[in-house]
Design a protein around this ligand. Structure first.
Ligand code: G3P
Ligand code: CA
Length: 247
C-alpha cells in the first residue's frame, strides 16, 4: 500500500508552541517530511507566520496582526502559555532561509479568508521564488478566489483548496480554481472519494489527523499526505520513516 508523507501541522503543534521556529525544527528532528504553517501580513507588509487574525491567543500581546508592524510583532512572546521561552513570531523569510539547510516540504496556508490582505499572494510567491522553493512548496487557502489568483500569478507553484465543511463537488471546485490539491477536513473523506479524486489526478492532503484510529484510517484510505499535530505518532504508525519524496 502507498504510504503517505507526514506534515507537521503549524510545526509540531502537539508538543511545541504552534507556528514557531522551535516547532518547525522539531518537525525536522522527528523526521517529518514537511511542515504546514499559516501566513498573514503585518502593518508594514511583512509576511508573518501566525494562525489567527489577532495575536491574542498565541502571544502575550493583543490586537490584529495587521495593526502591528514587524518590529512590534517581534517584541511579542510567541511561546506564551507553553513551557518554552523566547520564541518570536517568525517571518516567512526566516523559515525559507532555515529551509535552505534541510529537505523538508512546505505547505504555506494563506490566511486570507477573514481579512483580504492585498498583495499577500504576490508577496508569498516572491519569497518562494527568491529562495527557489517552487518545487518544495504547496500553497493553500480556504479563500478559493485567492487560490485562483495564485494560479494566475504563479501557475508553476502547486496549489490546493482547503475546505472544512462539505462542498458539493470538491474536484469540480478545484478544477475551476485550477488547483491540483484537495486539503479537506479529514472527517469529510471516504475511501471511495479519495480513490476517485486520485484517479482524476488530485493530491489529497487532509488535516488535522491526530488520533491513532484516525491516522490508521487515513493511511488505509491511501491519502497522499497526512497533516498532523503529532508527526512522530504518525511516523511510528507507518512503522518506518519514509525517504524524502517530492510532490
Ligand atoms: O492547512 C490545514 C489546516 O491547518 C487548516 O486549518 O485552522 O488549522 O489552519 P487550521
Ligand atoms: Ca493552517
Amino acid at each position: 500500500m502507498k504510504q503517505p508523507l507526514i506534515f507537521a501541522h503549524r510545526g509540531v503543534k502537539g508538543t511545541h508552541p504552534e507556528n514557531t521556529m522551535i516547532a518547525f525544527r522539531e518537525a525536522e528532528r522527528v523526521g517529518a517530511h514537511g511542515i504546514e504553517l499559516d501566513v498573514h501580513l503585518s502593518k508594514d507588509g511583512e509576511v508573518v507566520i501566525i494562525h489567527d487574525e489577532t495575536v491574542d491567543r498565541t502571544t502575550n500581546g493583543s490586537g490584529l496582526v495587521c495593526e502591528h508592524t514587524l518590529q512590534e510583532l517581534k517584541q511579542l512572546d510567541a511561546s506564551f502559555g507553553s513551557s518554552f521561552v523566547g520564541e518570536t513570531i517568525p517571518t516567512l523569510h526566516e523559515v525559507l532561509e532555515w529551509m535552505q539547510g534541510n529537505m523538508l516540504l512546505l505547505n504555506i496556508e494563506l490566511k486570507n479568508d477573514v481579512i483580504r490582505y492585498i498583495e499577500l499572494e504576490q508577496k508569498v510567491i516572491d519569497l518562494v521564488r527568491e529562495y527557489r522553493m517552487e518545487k518544495r512548496v504547496v500553497l493553500s487557502s480556504f479563500n478559493h478566489d485567492s487560490v485562483a489568483i495564485l494560479e494566475a500569478l504563479a501557475p508553476d507553484i502547486e496549489r490546493a483548496i482547503l475546505y472544512h465543511y462539505p462542498i458539493a463537488e470538491p474536484t469540480a471546485e478545484a478544477k475551476i480554481r485550477k488547483a491540483s490539491g484537495l486539503h479537506p477536513n479529514f472527517e469529510l473523506l471516504t475511501k471511495e472519494f479519495v480513490q476517485k479524486a486520485q484517479e482524476e489526478g488530485y493530491v489529497l492532503r487532509p488535516y488535522t489527523i491526530n488520533e491513532p484510529e484516525d491516522l490508521t484510517r487515513m493511511i488505509e484510505y491511501g491519502v497522499d499526505v497526512i497533516i498532523t499535530d503529532w508527526p512522530e505518532r504518525a511516523l511510528s504508525l507507518l512503522n518506518k520513516k519514509k525517504p524524502f519524496n517530492s510532490f
